[in-house]
Design a protein. Sequence first.
Length: 293
Amino acid sequence: MKILRTVNDLRQFVASLKADGHSVGLVPTMGALHAGHLSLVAQANSRGDKVVASLFVNPTQFNNSDDLATYPRKEDDDFRMLQEAGVSAVFAPAIEEIYPEGVGKASENCHFDLGPVAEVMEGRFRPGHFQGVALIVSKLLRFVEPCRAYFGEKDFQQIAVIRRMCETEKIPVEIVSCPIKRAESGLALSSRNSLLSPDQLEVAPEIHRALQSSVERSMQGASVAEIVADVTARLDSFDDLRVEYFEIVDGITLQPVADWDQTPYIVGCITVYCGSVRLIDNITYRRPDSHNC
Ligand code: PAF
């Protein structure tokens, strides 16, 4: 596996893969890898792509400086895991390689048209976050020009925003969304889980448990408003958990729904603070038969 630090080296390496007739799949990451990231690599391998992973803690998408400072970093472990997973190259640039104009300037000058999917939920609670995500993902897609790019469904809204960005920026790539990977406890795998204390690791799986039982309750006739109130109250009843938002939305437009029969694809998206660690998760309530994930 090649470790590439500059855009020039990345472009040259990708060109050699393409010259040899390979399709290239991009797996963008911020490192501190876990089985969720490796499932993206496995998905790309299974489609016959040569995999280029990126490992870059992108400062422009952090709207909270403590969150950026404490974000876990484990570069050597990450390289070893990517190599074992069969990745062809990892692009791990310095901040200056990506933002030579400075992070502040890059953020200031960044105005993607991300539409209504970026205005709700994470967009409301993390101003500027999706502009930063769009900025780094658009740069990576332009450097690599992959056939496909792979993203995990834990960040459900992020996938919708990236799809919109690719449309408006006219970036020709297939965005492949891959199912959430969970620990045995049900907790959605996340790099941030490594920041949880043993006690918090005990309570955090309550998030998935509450979502799962809410699906059953929705089948038994509970209304959207009842589910939102129940899940929020159940999770807020734990000392270490605080729900930031829980919204039940159309799976395509991400706008809130009021009734189960309003639209065929319905997803519940939640963000919960476990102590000071911000965790996100989601669950599907209704899915049209034809929807491909
Ligand atoms: O999902 C992530 O880890 C990040 O938002 C991404 C897509 C790698 C962009 O920095």
